[in-house]
Design a protein. Structure first.
Length: 122
């Protein structure tokens, strides 16, 4: 039954189709990885640029807050008060690092890297 030319030809076609399918799947995985890497890099660059701008704004706001408190407390104490405020904020961020930073970041990366909804639409 398997020795006929027609069956051998059909098996050969099946092997060719299977090779083509594997090649297409490989290309799809490569494109999917490239898409996700580009999205991660884009988000990182935008986040870094935004963080830099916000850091510069924070520096100016800190100096203006210290200068505003200076007439009442003097410059050294005003700058110490601003530094103490940032130390308290840093301590609070450290205490609540999981719910504020870690969990949202893990959730975002998991949604981006394992988005099954996009694959279902294709």
């Amino acid at each position: 039954m398997f020795s006929s030319d027609r069956n051998i030809e059909t098996i050969g076609q099946l092997v060719e189709v299977l090779r083509h399918y594997v090649g297409l799947q490989t290309e799809y995985v490569k494109l999917d990885v490239i898409d996700k890497v580009v999205r991660l890099i884009t988000i990182f660059v935008i986040g870094a640029a935004s963080a830099l701008v916000m850091l510069l704004m924070l520096i100016y706001l800190s100096f203006s807050a210290a200068c505003a408190m200076a007439p009442a407390t003097g410059y050294p104490l005003a700058f110490c008060i601003v530094a103490a405020f940032y130390l308290i904020v840093l301590f609070i961020l450290y205490l609540f690092r999981k719910p504020i930073i870690e969990r949202p970041l893990v959730k975002f990366l998991a949604e981006m890297l394992f988005d099954n909804e996009k694959k279902a639409d294709i």
